[in-house]
Design a protein around this ligand. Structure first.
Ligand code: NAD
Ligand code: IPM
Ligand code: MN
Length: 354
């Protein structure tokens, strides 16, 4: 059977890193005899320019019908004051696909510890997973926007919390069996609901997991003081957005961080956590690793192709171990030359470089 991937490159560095990931996914598919077909569709600012809509109906239909969706990034100054922003298309896509759990792993790779803004001793062995609720909270509540007054409403229902907490507990069972649930229960009603629901589910089904609760301000502090203590961090939409950018920097660059957004079934949406990076767009300078590792997550989660996923991760580790670095790691590789090296390693494990 041929797996269908809806391919949405988007804006800024989106197309640069998405195409890098696509080449690597196609390489891994060849090596592992997997049939893939990529269908490219307009999305984000590029789709606003073409059709006036960041998520045209054709793109949405292709995404719904695909086995998985791969996305670069959207946004940029050109559309910052457009009546509909590119980001609105991304939120609609996530909601419509029902991908309520966003998995954002952050790993400090061996040999890159010196690039962390923290002391090396604090990031050695850093390997955490942020599980971010993705289709609720402030992002999707009623919004009012006037000249002199604006409001954003935060809603969560018990079921919204329970289903994403379940994903975090299940993930923890395959890792170090520790979950920290992050909220602002000293102020917010939604956070108190969040804490009660997580605790109840833990007591009923996941007592084998070590669960702790932290307030988001303290957690942000602990993340930059002693990040290696964390295994799975479970949190709501906005806190997860902020904490995942913060956590990614600990591993050296936001350019390394991948993500998978999952719902009830196997289908998912895969994208690096970074944005369109307008400051480096068009320069072939973006680090493609976050996008390429998102491709590995796609193979693992949506296609059940563990060997192909692992071969992509190993190829990235090997290329980095050989000292190849993009500019965010003070290196001289471009997005495309780095990707070429990943492909060489992936397709021929015996490849030798001078
Ligand atoms: P950003 O993530 O685009 O960039 C933040 C900083 O990180 C910049 O200095 C950028 O150069 C750097 N960076 C990002 N990706 C990199 C990579 N692959 N390699 C090397 N350096 C990289 O965040 P921003 O500047 O706040 O946002 C720019 C636009 O992107 C905004 O319109 C925002 O809404 C949008 N955005 C989109 C997504 C998405 O599509 N999922 C995510 C975040 C931001
Ligand atoms: C991300 C981005 C998006 C978010 C924006 C572009 C809507 O920052 O994927 O982290 O806030 O979820
Ligand atoms: Mn973000």
């Amino acid at each position: 059977m041929t797996y269908r991937i809806a391919f949405l490159p988007g804006d800024g560095v989106g197309p640069e890193v998405a195409n890098a990931a696509r080449q690597v996914m196609e390489g891994a598919a060849r090596v592992h005899n997997i049939a893939l077909s990529f269908e490219e569709h307009a999305f984000g600012g590029a789709a606003i320019d073409e059709t006036g809509d960041p998520l045209p109906e054709m793109t949405m239909r292709a995404a719904r019908e695909a086995d998985a969706v791969f996305l670069g990034a959207v946004g940029g100054p050109k559309w910052d004051s457009a009546p509909v922003r590119p980001e609105a298309g991304l939120l609609r896509l996530r909601k419509d696909l029902g991908v309520f759990a966003n998995l954002r792993p952050v790993v400090c790779m061996r040999g890159l510890e010196a690039f962390s803004p923290l002391k090396e001793s604090r990031v050695v062995g850093l390997d955490l997973l942020i599980v971010r609720e993705l289709t609720g909270g402030l992002y999707f509540g009623a919004r009012e926007e006037g000249e002199a007054h604006a409001s954003d409403r935060c809603d969560y229902a018990r079921e919204d919390v329970e289903r994403v907490a379940r994903i975090a507990f299940e993930a923890a069972r395959k890792r170090k069996s520790r979950v920290v649930s992050v909220d602002k229960a000293n102020v917010l009603a939604t956070s108190r609901l969040w804490r009660r629901t997580v605790s109840r589910l833990h007591g009923e089904e996941y007592e084998d997991i070590d669960l702790a609760h932290e307030l988001v301000d303290a957690l942000a502090m602990k993340l930059v003081s002693a990040p290696s203590q964390f295994d799975v961090i479970l949190t709501e939409n906005l806190f997860g957005d902020i904490l995942s950018d913060e956590a990614s920097a600990l591993a050296g660059s936001i350019g390394l961080a991948p993500s998978a957004s999952l719902g009830q079934g196997r289908r998912g949406l895969y994208e690096p956590i970074h944005g369109a990076a307008p400051d480096i767009a068009g320069l072939d300078r973006a680090n493609p690793v976050g996008a390429i590792l998102s491709g590995a997550m796609l193979f693992r989660r949506s296609l059940g192709a563990e060997a192909a996923a692992a071969s992509i991760e190993t190829a990235i580790a090997n290329v980095l171990a050989r000292g190849c670095r993009t500019q965010d790691f003070e290196g001289s590789e471009s997005c495309s030359s780095f990707t070429g090296k990943v492909l060489d390693v992936l397709e021929d494990a015996t490849v030798e470089w001078q």
